[in-house]
Design a protein around this ligand. Structure first.
Ligand code: BGC
Length: 614
């Protein structure tokens, strides 16, 4: 445990020194040390969409040197790990998720040397680097696919690298192209089988036809992909976000997915719709867990030597009850956590304290004992929070994400309250928008991928180009940018920094548990308490107004007591208010007032001991 003197010393040194303590193995926090295998529990994971973060060479597209030039920003805002969406060689049909070389950097982003420099600099600052690992498919330009599609000759070493199938047996059509092997539909809508004239077979692609799926039944594919992980581990990558993991193995018997009896077709849609079938054979084959376990056991563990634990999180959209399987078991561990997308499908019309409670509680109920939760409010595949919940809740969303028990993921710009942009069809970049001219706005993910807003300069300081790959949101001129928000003590960024500090410094936020306070249509609130051996440390009430009323007043004391939790005072001190205008205010927890969209982080007990100032 760090002493007060220790903290005084650390506090008076620069943040950089604080982080280098972290790098040596365990980050010292008041009241608790996280071990070297747990670094990912005590930090925020920040998702960078590399095309949109920082452009160093003026071509209008972000790159690695750009990211390196901005690494100090993460020290300032309290982020200890960055996750980069794909940076590998790619024709960019799906903006880097279609990979033509898994072990090289695309020239748009730079070189392997640039990557090494980024890692070096990040590690010097105590920042971990997590890569997107895309195991399920390649680009159709990948040499493996180029070779595989040439012929079915058994001497072709790449023959079975992809999921090749003959026309469906029993199909009566004289045109083999009409005899698709199964009725499986792409998660973004559209077909999943493409006929190849040369091989006279279909190949399977979960996503666009330019992204053929790898065949994990071929042992060479399994070996190749382990080698890919190994390559990046050797380059000192600290962890992986495993992309689209539930799609890597399909039904061995090629059974059709049954129709979805509850499907409501969209009148506008022109392509087969994903939800028209129940995707039980195409996705989520149980055997894919064995593969993830083998990555953990055979590769990640091999490189997890003190102090460099290699972390893994998985991406799959499903119910919490299904997703928790990705934690694996004590004997056969898998990911450190499956990404938790509970908040993604919640939209303004359904937003309420009760709705948030239901989503949070469902996740918490399912997390196995001893495992660590995590929270996500946005990413590159979903509209930003302003569109989904409304900008008036953007601050509250950060409070939720950073102060619920577990590890938060921040999508770049959320810390500023960045909003989505509008992109017309002619300007649309995302294949899912382009493929659906009828209703591109429903599909396109361009709105949430606009360039990072750094300052008031041209293109918000993102790039010196005449035209950036996606337009910059004009609201950077109204102060939604890093530089302006740094100067404003009431900005979303100032709030974010305060939240990052409190979750790191106060033991109450270092556990994987919580208790609920008032939960109603207007309010979602919860209590964070330190472990019993740190009971001299303060507890916190986090109360958030997610309703539609202008003001709500609640008696938190009675509710918390009714929930069986003893609290030592009905008075509290607001340590952080989401608008940063009530910090320091003494409040009565029996009649605590919140205005619409407001969140308060209240230290319970006016005189609770504090070892350090925030
Ligand atoms: C990624 C998407 C991508 C898809 C297909 C997903 O899981 O997050 O951005 O479009 O994989 O490659």
């Amino acid at each position: 445990m760090a002493t007060a003197l220790h903290w005084l010393l650390l506090g008076s040194l620069s943040l950089m020194i604080e982080h280098s303590v972290f790098w040596r193995g365990a980050f010292l926090i008041e009241g608790r040390e996280f071990g070297w295998r747990e670094w990912w529990k005590n930090t925020i994971i920040y998702q960078i969409y590399p095309r949109s973060f920082m452009d160093s060479d003026g071509d209008g597209i972000g790159d690695l040197k750009g990211i390196t030039s901005r690494l100090e920003y993460f020290l300032d805002i309290g982020v200890g790990a960055i996750w980069l969406s794909p940076i590998y060689r790619s024709p960019f049909v799906d903006f880097g998720y279609d990979i033509s070389n898994f072990t090289d950097i695309d020239p748009i982003f730079g070189t392997l040397d640039d990557f090494d420099e980024l890692v070096d600099h990040a590690h010097d600052l105590g920042i971990r680097v997590i890569l997107d690992f895309v195991p399920g498919y390649t680009s159709d330009q990948h040499p493996w696919f180029v070779e595989s599609r040439k012929n079915r000759d058994y001497r072709n070493p790449y023959r079975d690298y992809f999921v090749w199938k003959d026309p469906k047996p029993g199909c009566v059509s004289s045109d083999p192209r009409e005899c698709i092997p199964t009725n499986w539909i792409c998660p973004f809508d559209g077909p999943t089988w493409t006929w190849d004239e040369t091989r006279q077979q279909f190949y399977y692609h979960t996503f666009p036809k330019e992204q053929p799926d790898l065949n994990y039944l071929d042992p060479s594919v399994r070996e190749e992909m382990k080698n890919v992980i190994e390559f990046w581990m050797k380059r000192r990558v600290d962890g992986l976000r495993v992309d689209a993991v539930a799609f890597i193995i399909e039904d061995y018997y090629m059974r059709d997915d049954p129709p979805n009896p509850n499907f409501q077709p969209s009148e506008l849609a022109t392509r087969p719709q994903y939800h028209s079938t129940l995707n039980i054979y195409s996705h989520n084959h149980p055997d894919h867990h064995e593969i993830v376990k083998s990555w953990r056991r055979e590769v990640m563990e091999k490189y997890s030597t003190e102090p460099n634990y290699r972390f893994m999180m998985t991406e799959a959209y499903n119910t919490p009850a299904v997703l928790v399987d990705y934690y694996g078991t004590d004997d056969a561990p898998e990911a450190d956590f499956p990404l938790n997308f509970q908040f993604m499908d919640l939209h303004a019309k359904d937003l309420s304290g009760t709705a948030i409670f239901n989503l949070v509680d469902e996740w918490m109920q399912n997390v196995p004992d001893g495992k660590w939760p995590n929270w996500v409010v946005g990413n590159h595949d979903n509209y930003r929070i302003g569109y989904r919940w409304g900008m008036e809740y953007a601050r509250a969303a950060n409070v939720l994400c950073l102060l619920l028990p577990g590890t938060p993921t921040t999508y770049y710009g959320e810390e500023l309250g960045m909003d989505h942009i509008k992109v017309m069809f002619e300007e649309t970049q995302d294949p899912w928008g382009k493929n659906n001219p009828c209703c591109w706005e429903e599909y396109s993910r361009d709105p949430e991928r606009s360039p990072m807003q750094w300052n008031m300069d041209k293109n918000a300081g993102f790039s010196t180009a005449e035209k950036t790959w996606l337009p910059v949101n004009d609201n950077y001129k109204m102060g939604v940018n890093v530089e302006s928000e740094q100067k404003d003590p009431t900005s979303v960024l100032s709030l974010y920094k305060a939240l990052a500090r409190i979750r790191k410094q106060r033991p109450a936020f270092h556990t994987n548990t919580m208790d609920y306070g008032i939960v109603s249509d207007d309010i979602f609130s919860f209590l964070r308490r330190p472990n019993p051996d740190e009971s001299d440390q303060p507890s916190y009430l986090v109360a958030i107004h997610l309703g539609k009323k202008t003001i709500v007043i609640g008696d938190y004391v009675s509710t918390i007591r009714a929930n069986g939790v003893t609290i030592n005072s009905s008075e509290g001190v607001v340590e952080i208010s989401s608008r940063m205008d009530r910090n320091g205010e003494t409040v009565n927890l029996e009649a605590l007032e919140l205005t619409l969209g407001e969140a308060l982080v209240v230290r319970i007990g006016k005189d609770s001991p504090l070892k350090t100032e925030l």
